[in-house]
Design a protein around this ligand. Sequence first.
Ligand SMILES: [Zn+2]
Ligand SMILES: [Zn+2]
Ligand SMILES: [Zn+2]
Length: 757
Amino acid sequence: MVVARRIRVRGVVQGVGFRPFVFRLAQRLKLRGWVRNDGHGVDIHVEGEQQAFDAFVAALANQAPAAARVTDVAVEEADVEGWPHFAIQESLSHTRPTVWLPADTAVCDDCLEELFDPYDRRYLYPYINCTVCGPRYTVMERLPYDRPNTTMKQWPMCPACEQEYRDAANRRFHAQPNACPACGPRYVLHRQGEKVEDNVKAVARAARLLKDGLIVAVKGLGGYHLACDAANAVAVRRLRQRKGRPDKPFAVMVKDVETARRVVELAAEEERLLTSPARPIVLARARRVLPGVAPDNGDLGVMLPSTPLQHLLFYHGAPPVLVMTSGNRSGEPIAYEDEDALMRLADVCDAWLLGERPIARRVDDSVCRVTVFGSTFLRRARGAAPLPVAELPTAQPILAVGADLKNTVTLVVDGRAVMSQHLGDLEQYEAFVAFAQTVQDLLAMYRVPQEELTVVVDGHPDFHSVRFGRQLTARRHMAVQHHQAHVAAVLAERHAWQRRVVGVAFDGTGYGDDGSIWGGEWFVGSLREGLTRCGHLRPALLPGGDAAAKMPLQALAGFLAEGGAWAKEAGRRLGFPERFFIALSMAEKRIRTFPTTSMGRLFDAAAALLGFTGPITFEGQAAIWLEHRARLERPRKVYPFPWDEERGVLDYRPLLMAMIEDRLKGEAVEVMARAFHRSVAEALFQSVRRLCAAHGVDTLVLSGGVFQNALLLSDVRERFADSGIDVWLPRQVPVNDGGVSLGQAAIAAAHLAREVQ
Ligand SMILES: [Zn+2]
Ligand SMILES: [Zn+2]
Ligand SMILES: [Zn+2]
């Protein structure tokens, strides 16, 4: 007997080869009907034998293409319409799409094989791709994901490509960015007075220039990279000078996994991340010192080639380890438009390898790291964004605009939280423009009318994101405290709605409910009932406020200010520069000083105390310096760092006093740096152990930028082993401010849910 069914599949099912998969499956099982994309996912009508139908439904979820993520398969009875065969139909545009935008994926092995096959018509063609690999989010202009809605619309397919595109048996069946040398976009090399327009020659020329020690701007999936030979110290120094980036580590791209193993120590999990379809930058222990690439840092960020073009550069003889850094000047966002790249990078690079395929939106490289708590994102972007990161129990659309540093935004549609790519520091004009565009972009893609939105912003009165969010016409506006959002993000991604936890945020800067700068905060509660602050670092007086974040010595003066004459004497005996004493007297007289409970600043202060007395040129530099020193030593001692249980205050004064005494005794900097990390972990343990007992809680949530410190994490893990307390860190979203937008959205969703009840 012939039956008919309507099946709706939801999840990441567009742009991942899902319709061709359904088509082939239906043909194999001799089912008739059709499949099409709509705004919600994939819609299927099948007719045939019951038995074949059962096998079909089972396979939909079990045998889906690798890049697909099926979240829901809904089956309904339908009328038999007598379809003669199975077909792929035109996509339907829907009033409000809730299909999940697919992320970009690295070129697949099948395409690579063709790329290097001299008899293939795409031999050495830098834009090769297929149904399961290639650009997605970076070429998509609107939904549904079909060629006219991508930046490939200006290249009509040649008959050969068209045939592949229409042939269900072909692996380019409905591959939207399908192209070949005859019909597709090209790469062109530009250098003063020189223009190479042939695909193969242009890439070969770029590889040669890299070999000769020049800096080449190379167009990638989500923007331009600046590339140079990582083993050429002169080239690296020149890149630093021109880019205006004196110290911040560069990431490198290595030819293959074997080369990666020579450059960094790779554990199995790190290798898995490195070779995953997202191809992120993986931070790992450096094995080989590449002068100037990552100064004062034990780690090195490494990635593999992900686009065909990058593979071709190595094939044509580019050095096996290339610096691959965002194509921008320091602090600015990555350039992604050709005109912009030609203009902005004119003083930075020696040549451009321009690609003709436009980039729909800029997306940086993702950065991942494996810690003792598992793998995590430090920056969530290419290959990961804009996939959903959590489900929230709300039917109302929510837009959370994040924090101003390492900004991301989160849009919640139908209870799914979609997080944008990393957008950067909104203080930078271009980053702010990208931020505003991304908000409009996501709202437009998902067709969410502003008037229906709940817009969530940080508690900081002067954030750019806050001003932007407040200006949106929305159903309602909410503000969420920065560190509550940090903790909430972790609970949200674990769908821990009711679980009561102790949450600790160790962070650089965040606006506190009392108007002071927070950053060492203890909370207790749950997403459902809300989080209440139950402890903090003893406040210090920060001379110069935010300026102290750039000047660790100034932070140290703030933390020592209560010491009066004693602090001055210690500073003199340790030979601190004049700046310390000026800052100290500012703090004593309370001139332009701001109270802070920031743990990030305490790390800066400790670094200054141990010899990092200059200014920092990138966020976290002093803490990274301190961690690097500490890693050179085994743990030998712990400094006193007492938790006052009654008042919920962690007192840093005994800690700093003990460190000063040690320094005056001539103790080695490495030993002290190691002991400092140990002491923070110990203090965390002692405070949390008591809070857990007092509140009957057995889960600890850790979040905030300070927990990017891998050594601190391993000390924490060791200390909490056998404690009966589960320690949770974020996995899907960054532990730093990149995760804040998800936390904001979660707290807003909880708030809305409480109102409904
Ligand atoms: Zn492929
Ligand atoms: Zn073609
Ligand atoms: Zn933060």
